[in-house]
Write a new protein. Structure first.
Length: 365
């Protein structure tokens, strides 16, 4: 099993942006030093709490500050971008990183971004996303002339092509035919998982989903693999979780339930955001529970893996047995205000050095 780091990222809006960018960069460097296999960084244009507007730009600053960790866009919200721009920028990053890129795509999940780009309608947003990725893949497959006659994007390069000068040619990625593609999923029984499995892409289940939602993603993954006539191993399925590890179970619980803790802030924030857009079913362990009776403590207990290294190992083994054989565990990145940075770095250290070897050994048995 592989180990990764997933960051929206999320920070209190009162923190200086320069400080949070530096903090998130230091965390990726630390993850690389610990042997984390990959890192995923999200994209949000209109939210100072989730401040990375361009994940490729942020990750490019880390190419030469890290050695082995692979970089993932988690995700580029395709409905909000011209596909030719995405195709060119992704190809450039792939060459700059010598093939360390993983291309995460999605429709976007922040309502203010959807309003900003006029894609609030769900089916419309999904349609734009699928047309965009198909267009990007077409640009990477062929040489000019290009003639894209889509519903949402129409463009061409036909009259200005000069082959001997390379003019009019869209760059292809370093990894051929393209970097690995991943799609995120957070809804119960998400069709995004099925689509990803059908197309040979890797699905990633969000960390703010309760266990039954993760298990439903495995069912949709198997459906997609059946359509594609391939074995549903789960090797390319990623599952993100909030993880808090301390020297004892009691200490870990104190940290995760601390109202000043970053995990507490994270779930309190997300719950308010989803309440505002009437999308709370994503986070509730019991979909029938009234919103007004849900507490932050309940959300934490249902979605955070916490305890000593031994306890966390046992919880992760049992969680994977109940949900499905995902191939990569992604630790969700939190804010580092106050004591939280030291707590999170200790969790990262214990996860990489103690939990993952024990987890891999247990899965091997």
């Amino acid at each position: 099993m592989k180990l990764g780091l997933f960051g929206m990222p999320l920070h209190p809006p009162t923190r200086p942006l320069a400080d949070t960018y530096a903090e998130d960069a230091d965390k990726v460097i630390h993850a690389d030093e610990l042997g984390f296999d990959e890192v995923w960084i999200g994209e949000h244009m209109s939210c100072t709490t989730e401040p990375v507007a361009a994940p490729l730009m942020f990750l490019a600053s880390l190419i030469h500050r890290t050695k082995n960790i692979r970089f993932g866009t988690g995700v580029i919200a395709l409905p909000n971008h011209h596909p030719a721009v995405v195709a060119a920028e992704v190809a450039q990053f792939d060459h700059m990183s010598h093939g360390r890129l993983m291309f995460g795509i999605g429709p976007g999940g922040l309502a203010s971004d959807m309003e900003l780009f006029d894609v609030l309608d769900g089916p419309y947003r999904t349609e734009r996303m699928m047309e965009s990725i198909d267009t990007i893949l077409q640009l990477w497959r062929q040489d000019p002339p290009y003639n894209i006659d889509g519903k949402h994007w129409k463009f061409k390069i036909k009259d200005t092509v000069i082959p001997e000068l390379g003019v009019g040619y869209m760059a292809k990625p370093y990894q051929l035919p393209h970097p690995p593609i991943m799609m995120t999923a957070m809804s119960p029984f998400s069709d995004s998982v099925k689509t990803a499995a059908e197309r040979g892409w890797g699905p990633m289940s969000a960390n703010f989903c309760p266990e039954y939602v993760i298990a439903s993603h495995w069912k949709k993954y198997k459906e997609g693999c059946e359509v594609a006539n391939r074995k549903p191993t789960g090797d390319d399925w990623r599952v993100a979780r909030n993880i808090v590890i301390a020297t004892s179970d009691a200490e870990a619980r104190d940290r995760v339930m601390d109202p000043n803790g970053s995990n507490y802030y994270y779930f309190a924030y997300l719950w308010k955001v989803l309440l505002a857009v009437n999308y709370t079913a994503v986070m509730k362990a019991d979909p029938k529970q009234p919103d007004e009776s849900v507490t932050v403590e309940q959300l934490i207990d249902s979605m955070v893996v916490y305890g000593s290294p031994k306890t966390v190992t046992e919880k992760l083994v049992a969680f994977r047995e109940r949900t499905g054989p995902f191939g990569t565990l992604l630790m969700a990145s939190m804010d580092g205000s106050g004591a939280n940075r030291a707590w999170e770095w200790q969790s990262m250290d214990l996860l990489a050095r103690e939990v993952m070897p024990a987890l891999r050994s247990a899965l091997g048995r």
